[in-house]
Ligand binder design. Sequence first.
Ligand SMILES: [Zn+2]
Length: 127
Amino acid sequence: MTLKNAPLIFFTDKKCDVCGESYKPVRAKQRFCSTQCHNRYHNTERLKKTTEFADVLRILQKNHEILSNLWKAGKKKILLAELLKLGFKSEYITSFSQKERINFVFNTAYRLIAGEQVEIFKISPNK
Ligand SMILES: [Zn+2]
């Protein structure tokens, strides 16, 4: 099929997903009125992802700091309620050992033991 005998397809006007302006699309799945709006959309999406990652990392850093500080202070056992009161967010871990039931936050770790207590570990990189 040559361009000459190609069927002419007219798309109905659309509203740009970024600026909301009405435009005539040249492709069926077109979402933006211009390259500028296309780029603006993707830059915003990238920033959202970066921000989300930074938020998770900040929580993990705080969890690591809490466990590290307790370990440094010689406190190897703490009530779970006390740990949570320090701002520890138990749902944020970096890995988990199912066999030993240990939750890792980078090189610090903890596990629930009897009496609603938490046992704290630290893996020394110089070990
Ligand atoms: Zn636009």
